[in-house]
Each structure stands twice: as C-alpha cells, then as structure tokens.
Design a binder for this molecule. Sequence first.
Ligand SMILES: *Cc1c(COP(=O)(O)O)cnc(C)c1O
Length: 395
Amino acid sequence: MFIYADNAATTKMSAAAIAAMRPYIEDCWYNPSSLYSAGQRAKEAVETARAEVARCIGAEPREIIFTSGGSESDNQALLTAAEIGRKAGKRHIVSDAIEHHAVLHTLAKLEKDGFEVTYLPVGTDGVVRAAAVEAAIREDTCLVTVMYANNEIGTVQPIGEIGEICRRRGVLFHTDAVQAVGHVPVDVCADKVDMLSASAHKFRGPKGVGFLYVRRGVKPATLIEGGAQESGRRAGTENVAGIAATAAALKEAAANMAANAAKLTALRDRLIAGLAEIPHSALNGDAKRRLPSNVSFCFEGIEGESLLLMLDDMGICASSGSACTSGSLDPSHVLLAIGRVHDVAHGSLRLTLGEDATEEEVDYMISAVKEVVERLRGFSPVWRDLVSGKSEFIL
Ligand SMILES: *Cc1c(COP(=O)(O)O)cnc(C)c1O
C-alpha cells in the first residue's frame, strides 16, 4: 500500500493541469512580450488564465498578479501594505501567532525596519477571534494579515468578519489563502479582502506558480524589478505553461469543490474518530471549523519524527507539525499557540487527504498509526514515566 497523505505540503498535478501546460511547452513556447502573432498567442493564454483565476475568486482580471507562488505573494502583499503605511506614517500591523513562515518572517523583517506587529493569540481551538482583531486596530495600523486556513491544523478563520471590520476601520486586509483556494469557497468581494495570496501546487497545479489578488485602487509594491510584465507589477518573462495550468487546475477544483468537500469531510471525520481511540491523544484545532482534508493529532509520550519514519516504512506519507525538517528541534509555533506544551507538541502527526482518498486507505492509516504509536510508546522512557505515575499525563 502507498498512501500520500501530505496534501497540505503539495498536491499531485491534475490531468487537466498537465494537459493545459503541454501546448505552451511544445508548440506555443514564445515570449508573450513579443509582437509577432506567435508571441501574442502566448500572451492570450496568460490573459485567458488571468480571467479564469479571477472568476474563481470573485475578482477582476486586472486584480490578479501571477507570481512564483504563495511565498512570493505573501511577501509582495506585506511589502505593499508597508509601503503604503510608511507613506501615511502608519507603522503598526495586526497579525496572529499561527501564520505561515512566509508571513511571519516577512513581518520580522518589517519589525527590524521600524514596524510594530501585534501577534494575536488564538484560542485552544486554533481560531483567531474577530473581536480581538477589532480591539487591536489602532490609529496607526496599516495592515491586518490573517490566514484563511492554517496549513498545520487546518482551522478556517472568520475571514468575512475580519474583512468587514477592516473595511469599516479603513485598514488594508491581506489573507494568506494558500490552503483555502480551490478547497473552500473564497470570494474576495464577499470577504472584503484587499489582498489575497494563493499557490497553484496546493490545488493540483504546478509548483513555482501562484498569484496575488490586489484590489483595484491599491497600488502593489514591486518585489522584482525589470521588464513591464504583469502591468509593471512583477517583472520577468511569464511562466506561460505554469500559468495556463494554474487556471486549469483551479477551474477544475472550483467545479468539483462541493463534491470533494463532502466526500473528504466524511473521510476526515472517520479518520479523526479512529485516531481518537488511541489513549492519551488529542485532535489539534477545532473539530468542525477545519479544512475538509485536514487531520492533525498529538500523541503523548512519542516523538513525531520516529512516527513519520515508521509510517513511511508502512507506505504512508505523512507530516508532523514540528519544524524538525529544518534541522531545528523546536516544536511547531502553531501547536504551541494552541496551548500544547513542548513534549506534547513533539508527538504530532498531520495527515492531509487528497480528493482520491478512499475509506479503505483511511482504515489502513488508522490501524497503522495505532500500531506505530503503541510500538513507539513501548520503548519510550517518557511513556514509562507517565505510566508509572512518575510524571503526569497531559492528554
Ligand atoms: C504552502 C504555503 C505557502 C507557501 O507557498 P509556496 O507556493 O510553496 O511558496 C504559504 N502559506 C501557506 C498557508 C502555505 O500552506
């Protein structure tokens, strides 16, 4: 059995996305900035894709800037707000404790640059409170940035409520919607969003392509200087094939969204119920207010990394919440933010389902995780201390 359950990290390209790429690699590979008709056909492909992407999120085509992905979009959004804020003498930003590093590290850079950032806490349910956002906004606030859905624990934030508050208070609102676009309904008008980041490889498009929505009237800062591509808002010869594939993947995801969400929610809840049978375990994040594909657990008395390696041996691709991959042993900032203590946060597991997941696979994962957790606890000194009463159970 081989099960890919790490769809929050990246997704398999859809057949439609691959098919949409081919013509712009094999036949119409010309530079979209060229004046001859072959180049203009490539340009048309980019503009058709822009219109399609815009339609899927309720935007206008000119409000879409194609980028190299979610990280670049986040950087550009935050630097745009910072530039606007600096001109207006406003240097305060409101964000939260569970953002992606693309946002957090950009905020850290802005802090070094004289900006002040309020990082709102989240509840133990992993949800940012809209009222807390409202209370944090000051006279000198130039930006609120709160992610649409969390990449580790899958919690979906009250984006519409926060957007309403920001619009009323005259503050720019950015949302990192990389985990949401193509998975849950996203409408930039209904949600009153000013800037929104998305990434194609999280909705079955190619890696290295994404887009930033910037509401008309907001002047985007340029990160990449050079040619006049993307109306002078992002230089560099367009990734025509990638952009065409992004639109194809998103169109398909939007068309199948309701059916996929219904199917995945049922599988997700089956997986959650199965894993919850493991003693001294806990689901991370609210049980209902979460992405249809996301299951995140902590198991007391084990190391997440060993768990992942053993699951890999059993054919399961999973992820932990911790940042161990970067060589650091720090537990995930997201798990700490929802109140998991270090030891508990280390025993984390994230399983994110793809749309082709089956009940059989879910049942296999439940039994595999049960078996591996039991085995790991069998030779864990931390577990021995817990069982003997030397230390106290938390979960
Ligand atoms: C994956 C991800 C990103 C980064 O997107 P890339 O296209 O890989 O740069 C940013 N934010 C969130 C929430 C993500 O899940």
